[in-house]
Design a protein around this ligand. Structure first.
Ligand code: GLC
Length: 640
């Protein structure tokens, strides 16, 4: 279950403990009894003008034959202040009920990473989605809710969904058409659970490999993320009204990959010209592709929080770049503006006036509603600003066809984890592999008449090869969801005449084996939990495994499953081959396709590979001497 962030302390480390809806309701109830500030729903009489019951289908805003802007204008004119503020409010599924959607007219619900119904099945997701929709439609104006998830490498919260390689691997593949097809497959699986809004793609430009979110980036230059905005076209399709389309979200605006020291949610200390040169182009490309929403980043720019940055969010993004979709905050990101834990009037006022249209306030959504209502009534947030935000949100809901088709399309549920999607994921895994070393042309391996010893902590672990944002927010270990481990892929690839032996630590290896494959690397992480401020080498257990294999006199092929380059310069000369596998997801057979030459490696480094951690940050053209340069990658035949 996705953990809830408590108000973020100044330091990176934080404990996120999800407080269930019941506890929050009790707290709110207690505050109400105490006469404190808990929201107790729209004040009596505030909806006197609202019509009772969902309006008839022939009302203008419900007529699909009327132009979108006219429908939105009609609906906006019928809305009370509480209707409008409700549309600007997004709550987390575990902290809200369908009845709350009715009462508070909430515009959106999200699943934080790993926040899933029980049982975690596609049908259960679709049922949950439909129940929230029932609640939204029962409100006086019957505005459908828009439900959002992080489907950042497939519909990754759902057990059984196809898990694609994380973005860093897709950057290595360097194929915009492939990425567009992945976007379409992901969108189809999402709509199989009803969900029409994806908080993806991350278009961050990773400039420091210490950052815990580098694997969510397509690469270290603006060119790669800009090219891979093709995923937006895949997700949003030819029309948002297509039943298999979802609203995409370009995130995180702006500069999240450029913080000093690679600190997650840190400070991006750059002159404006460099901020624009490095970090803005992917968002310009996303806007050119019609991206429907943009998420603001946690980081600061030269000490000012992006969540309160009117110049960047309104003057640059909306006015200069002409972004017409809506801007959503990040999880409790508004809370960070004033630097004091706990949502304040100042936080809310500054965020909305900066240009944030929808507030991701997972549990504190009642307080957000109360604070914003007070700010508007006091004239500190203009009604025009509220109307602009609501107009942007409603426009996307109408374009998505949510008024006509608010419920899950159950005919799409079977697409989740479908063979065609898994085949696409396997293709992407193969295309993302980067061959960095191949002594004597030891690769590709002979699938017949061979004796292969497989070892390593990441050889037989779907969770490790999938990385963070998989079933749970941080990801996990073991068979967390159906898929093919790298070991299983190897076993399936060989001829019966070949013996494959596996032991995670390499125990049992002897000189009778012709080759050893050590699948090593990182264990899953997400966000700040993945920051690496110190050493960036392999874990001792992996180093010991590799040495055990080498001590038997067997050539070792190292397959590195990680979200970033690691500091391997001190060991790599003893390895026969090195294959950067990144975070391949559920279709590990794609790695075997390259190991056995079913397809040649074509991946190219999307990141400069350090010769030592002391080189960080390191990137193309900075004058440093890396172990492997940006864009490097061997193919077959190759022998270095
Ligand atoms: C997280 C991430 C963001 C994600 C959001 C909702 O903190 O920063 O990428 O979309 O919360 O899960």
């Amino acid at each position: 279950m996705r953990t809830l962030r408590l108000p973020l302390p100044r330091r990176r480390t934080r404990t996120r403990v999800l407080i269930g809806g019941l506890i929050v309701a009790l707290l709110a109830g207690g505050l109400a009894v105490a006469g404190l500030t808990a929201a107790s729903g729209p004040p009596a009489g505030s909806d006197a003008a609202a019509p009772a019951g969902t309006p008839p289908a022939d009302v203008t805003y419900r007529d699909p034959h009327v132009p979108v802007d006219a429908r939105v204008a009609d609906l906006l004119a019928r809305m009370t202040l509480d209707d409008k503020i409700g549309q600007m409010t997004q709550a987390e599924r575990a902290s809200v009920t369908p009845d709350d959607l009715t009462r508070y007219r909430l515009g959106s619900v999200l699943s934080g990473g790993g926040s899933a119904p029980t049982p975690n099945t596609p049908a259960s997701w679709a049922d949950m989605y439909d129940r929230f929709q029932d609640g939204a439609l029962a409100a006086p104006l019957g505005v459908p809710v828009i439900y959002g998830v992080d489907a950042v490498h497939g519909h990754n919260n759902v057990v059984g969904a196809t898990i694609f390689p994380h973005n860093i691997g897709l950057g290595a593949a360097g194929d915009p058409d492939l990425v567009e097809r992945i976007g379409r497959a992901t969108a189809t699986e999402m709509r199989g659970t009803g969900i029409p809004w994806n908080f993806a793609p991350c278009l961050c430009v990773v400039r420091n490999d210490r950052w815990g979110r580098g694997y969510e980036s397509f690469g270290e230059t603006p060119a790669l993320p800009s090219a891979m905005t093709s995923v937006i076209t895949g997700m949003q399709g030819p029309s948002l009204a297509d039943p298999t389309s979802v609203l995409a979200t370009a995130k995180h605006y702006l500069g999240d990959g450029g913080t000093t020291g690679g600190v997650d949610q840190g400070d991006t200390e750059l002159p404006e010209a460099e901020l624009r040169r490095v970090h803005l182009p992917p968002f310009q490309a996303a806007i050119a592709r019609g991206v429907g929403s943009i998420m603001v980043s946690y980081n600061s720019w030269n000490g000012s929080k992006l969540h309160g940055h009117r110049y960047l969010v309104t003057d640059v993004l909306k006015t200069e770049l002409g972004f017409t979709g809506f801007v959503v905050s990040d999880w409790n990101g508004i809370d960070q503006i004033d630097g004091v834990p706990g949502l304040s009037a100042a936080d809310v006022r500054q965020a909305v006036n900066a240009g944030i249209d929808m507030a991701m306030v997972p549990t504190d959504w009642r307080r957000f509603i109360d604070l914003l209502r007070t700010e508007v009534e006091a004239g500190r947030v203009a009604m025009d600003r509220v109307d602009d935000a609501v107009r942007r949100i409603l426009t996307k809901k109408v374009e998505l066809g949510l008024f006509e088709r608010p419920y899950a399309d159950r005919s799409l549920t079977a697409s989740i984890g479908a063979p065609a999607h898994r085949a696409l994921a396997r293709e992407a895994v193969g295309a993302s592999q980067v061959l960095l070393r191949n002594t004597g042309g030891i690769l590709p391996l002979d699938p017949a008449g061979n004796r292969i010893f497989v070892a390593g902590s990441n050889a037989d672990d779907i969770g490790h090869q999938s990385g963070g944002w998989t079933i749970t927010w941080q990801g996990g270990s073991g068979p967390i969801t159906p898929g093919t481990s790298i070991l299983a892929g190897i076993r399936a690839a060989v001829d019966p005449s070949t013996q494959v032996t596996y032991d995670a630590t390499g125990t049992g290896i002897d000189s009778s084996y012709r080759v050893a494959v050590a699948v090593v690397g990182e264990t899953p992480y997400a966000e700040g939990e993945g920051d690496r401020p110190a050493a960036m080498g392999l874990r001792d257990t992996d180093l010991a495994t590799i040495e055990r294999l080498r001590a038997a006199g067997v050539p070792v092929v190292v397959v590195l499953v990680s979200g970033r380059p690691l500091d391997v310069a001190g060991q790599v000369s003893g390895w026969a081959a090195l294959l950067a596998s990144w975070l391949p997801g559920t279709e590990g057979a794609g790695v075997a396709d390259v190991l056995f030459g079913v397809r040649a490696p074509t991946g190219k480094l999307p990141l400069t590979w350090m010769a030592g951690a002391d080189q960080q940050p390191i990137h193309d053209g900075d004058g440093q001497s890396p172990l492997y340069p940006y864009g490097f990658g061997l193919t077959y035949p190759s022998a270095d």
